[in-house]
Design a protein around this ligand. Structure first.
Ligand code: SAM
Length: 292
């Protein structure tokens, strides 16, 4: 037996330090592309287990294998919470997975604001399976710009705003702070709501707490839910809905099932039952999240 076969860590590995003392990794089949933009370092790799992956500034963003788990939960939970979601704003989300799931709701008119055009270009080129044609859909409008600037002084026009940003580092930092949430509230209609990825409740507990306190300073209803994303650190990811009127935890199974049936979409993670279950938090996360 060769030394290489005997050593499980031989060959090319993508390794990511999640926190001091813990590293997560995947065996790389091929390094596809690498670019440095004025916003971030972009890498595309192909891996044995997870297929093609997008990495920004050394942090894994999405993989072909489990992107549906993250995107279905970020999009379908808020869009089925709102009774009539039409005008949708996506901030970030350059891989296109969020836009694709929004377009699956037949009545939506999505606008996406992504700061870095190279993320869209590279993902369309190297991981087209994630956007699955969404960027060419005539209903989708894509704006290149900073979501923080875009939202400032917007009239109340959006039913749902989705923040699919990188973690709170670099250009995404303002997207987790109170001034941004005030602008979001102003840009939402009277019964509008925001949904945002809210980091790992395990490895990024302090960031989650700070984000929730900023959201609670602006919105009357703030509800955190969790989903499985195996390639994210810890495998459990949190999302938060901040809402003016509709409470995602107050929908009956019958109402949710009727909404899902009339949208007629196919899902691999989201179901009405998962929607309800996702808000039931284990005590250690419930304690971290607190209440309104
Ligand atoms: N699912 C991912 C996660 O949670 O790890 C997020 C993926 S998506 C690729 C994140 C996108 O947010 C990136 O393409 C990045 O360029 C974009 N972004 C970061 N800050 C932004 C800002 N201020 N305005 C608009 N887009 C931003």
């Amino acid at each position: 037996m060769s030394t290489e076969a005997a050593n499980p860590l031989s060959g090319d590995w993508y390794l990511e330090q999640e926190t001091f003392g813990y590293v997560q990794g995947a065996h790389v089949r091929q390094r596809l592309a690498r670019a440095q933009t004025s916003f971030q370092a972009i890498e595309l790799i192909d891996t044995d287990l997870f297929g093609r992956c997008l990495i920004l500034d050394g942090a894994l963003q999405t993989t072909e294998w489990d992107e549906f788990m993250y995107h279905e939960m970020l999009v379908h939970v808020p869009l089925f919470t709102h009774p009539n979601p039409r005008n949708i704003l996506i901030i970030g989300g350059g891989d296109g997975g969020t836009l694709r799931r929004v377009l699956e709701h037949p009545a939506t008119q999505p606008v996406q604001v992504e700061i870095d055009p190279a993320v869209i270009d590279q993902c369309r080129k190297y991981i087209p399976a994630i956007s699955n044609g969404a960027f060419s859909d005539p209903r989708a409008k894509v704006v290149i710009g900073d979501g923080f600037e875009f939202i400032r002084n917007r009239p109340a026009a959006f039913d749902v705003i989705l923040v699919d940003s990188t973690d709170p580092v670099g250009p995404a930092v303002p997207l987790f702070e109170e001034p941004f949430y005030r602008d979001v509230s102003q840009a939402l209609t009277d019964d509008g709501l925001l949904a945002a990825q809210s980091n790992s409740p395990i490895y990024m507990a302090s960031q989650l707490k700070a984000q929730l306190s900023n959201l609670r300073a602006v919105f009357p209803i703030v509800r955190t839910y969790i989903g499985l994303v195996p390639t994210y650190p810890g495998g459990v990811w949190s999302f938060t809905i901040a809402s003016k009127r509709h409470d995602p935890t107050r929908l009956s199974l019958d109402d949710l099932s009727a909404r899902v049936a009339s949208a007629g979409l196919t899902t691999r993670y989201y179901t009405p039952q998962i929607h309800q279950a996702a808000f039931v938090l284990p005590p250690f996360i419930a304690e971290l999240v607190g209440s309104d």
